[in-house]
Design a binder for this molecule. Structure first.
Ligand SMILES: *[C@@H]1O[C@H](CO)[C@@H](O)[C@H](O)[C@H]1NC(C)=O
Ligand SMILES: *[C@@H]1O[C@H](CO)[C@@H](O)[C@H](O)[C@H]1NC(C)=O
Ligand SMILES: *[C@@H]1O[C@H](CO)[C@@H](O)[C@H](O)[C@H]1NC(C)=O
Length: 263
C-alpha cells in the first residue's frame, strides 16, 4: 500500500526584505493580500509563522528541508518525498520550486474527502471549510483523540463525499489515502505510537493555521518518518469499514496510480 502525503510545508526564510511583511520569523500572522495558500494546513501554518516565506511562493528543496525538520521533526526522507510531491503539482516544466497555490491542482496533493476542505467540484477546495470541519470533529467526544475517533471521521467524510460528489474520485486502491492526512497531523502534533493527539492542538492548527505553542505543544522528540506516517495511516484505516469498498471500484485507481496520502 502506498501513501501520499499532503505535502505542504517549508522553509527558512532567507528572504528578501518585504517578503515577511515586517514580521519576525516565528511570529504568527494570517496571510495578507497577494499571499497564496494551499489545501494543506501544515504548510500554511509554516507560512503564517514566517518559517517559510509568508507570500507562499517559490519554495525550493532547501527551504523545505530546513522547515519541516526544524518545526515538525519530520525526517529528511519524508521531507524530501513531500517536496517532490509538491513539485509534481507545478505545471512549469523543469520546475525546482512550487508555490502553495500549485498544490490546489486536483488529485495530486489535494484530493476529495478532505477532513477540512470541500471537494473540488464544490469550487473552493483549498480554504478551510467550517461545515466540513464540523463533521470531522463531531466524532471527537473527548479532549484526547484516538485512532478510533480518527477512523470514524475519515470514514464519515469519505461516505459523505461519495454520496454527494458527482465527480468523486477517491476510489479503488486510492481509498486508503483517506487516512493519510490524519496520520500525518497526528504524527506531528500528537503521539504516533499511541495514535493519539489533543483536540485543542489540532483545532488550533487547522482552524487558525497556527502552531499550538500557546496551548503547550512542543515538537516531538522522535523524528517522523515515512514509516511512522504510513503505519499509523494503516492503523486508522483498519478501524474503518472501508476495506470492502476497494474491490468494487478499481478502475479509476489503476489509472491514477500515484502513491501518497491526501489530507
Ligand atoms: C463548505 O462545504 C460545504 C459542503 O461541501 C459546501 O456546501 C459549502 O459551499 C462550502 N463553503 C464554502 C464557503 O465553500
Ligand atoms: C506515546 O505513547 C506511548 C504508548 O502509549 C508511550 O509509551 C509514550 O511514552 C508516549 N510518548 C510521549 C512522548 O508521550
Ligand atoms: C479483493 O479481491 C481479492 C480477490 O478476489 C481478494 O483476495 C481480496 O481480499 C479483496 N480485497 C478486499 C479489500 O475486499
Amino acid at each position: 500500500m502506498r501513501f501520499l502525503i499532503c505535502t505542504t510545508f517549508a522553509a527558512i526564510v532567507s528572504a528578501s526584505p518585504g517578503l515577511n511583511h515586517g514580521l519576525s520569523k516565528g511570529q504568527w500572522h494570517p496571510p495578507v493580500a497577494g499571499d497564496v495558500r494551499s489545501p494543506c494546513p501544515g504548510l500554511n501554518v509554516l507560512a503564517n509563522h514566517g518559517i517559510l516565506p509568508r507570500d507562499g511562493k517559490n519554495y525550493d528543496h532547501d527551504m523545505i528541508l530546513e522547515a519541516l525538520p526544524s518545526t515538525y521533526n519530520i525526517d529528511e526522507k519524508l521531507a524530501t518525498g513531500l517536496f517532490q510531491q509538491g513539485l509534481r503539482t507545478t505545471v512549469r516544466s523543469g520546475a525546482t520550486t512550487f508555490s502553495l497555490d500549485d498544490l490546489i491542482r486536483h488529485d495530486i496533493v489535494e484530493a476529495d474527502a478532505s477532513l477540512s476542505r470541500a471537494d473540488a467540484w464544490i469550487g473552493d477546495d483549498f480554504t478551510f471549510n467550517l461545515t466540513i470541519w464540523d463533521q470531522t470533529r463531531s466524532f471527537w467526544k473527548n479532549p484526547i483523540i484516538t485512532v478510533e475517533d480518527l477512523a470514524h471521521s475519515v470514514e464519515a467524510r469519505w461516505r459523505t463525499s461519495k454520496a454527494t460528489n458527482p465527480w468523486f474520485s477517491l476510489l479503488g486502491e486510492r481509498i486508503p489515502m483517506v487516512s493519510g492526512g490524519a496520520a500525518l497531523f497526528t504524527s506531528v502534533l500528537g503521539n504516533s505510537t499511541a495514535g493519539t493527539l489533543r483536540k485543542d492542538f489540532i483545532n488550533e492548527w487547522i482552524v487558525e493555521e497556527r502552531l499550538p505553542i500557546r496551548l503547550g505543544w512542543k515538537k516531538n522528540k522522535t523524528p517522523v518518518s515515512p514509516d511512522t506516517v504510513s503505519s499509523l495511516s494503516q492503523r486508522i484505516f483498519a478501524k474503518t469499514d472501508l476495506a470492502g469498498e476497494i474491490n468494487g471500484t478499481m478502475t479509476r485507481a489503476l489509472l491514477v496510480g500515484h502513491g501518497g496520502m491526501a489530507l
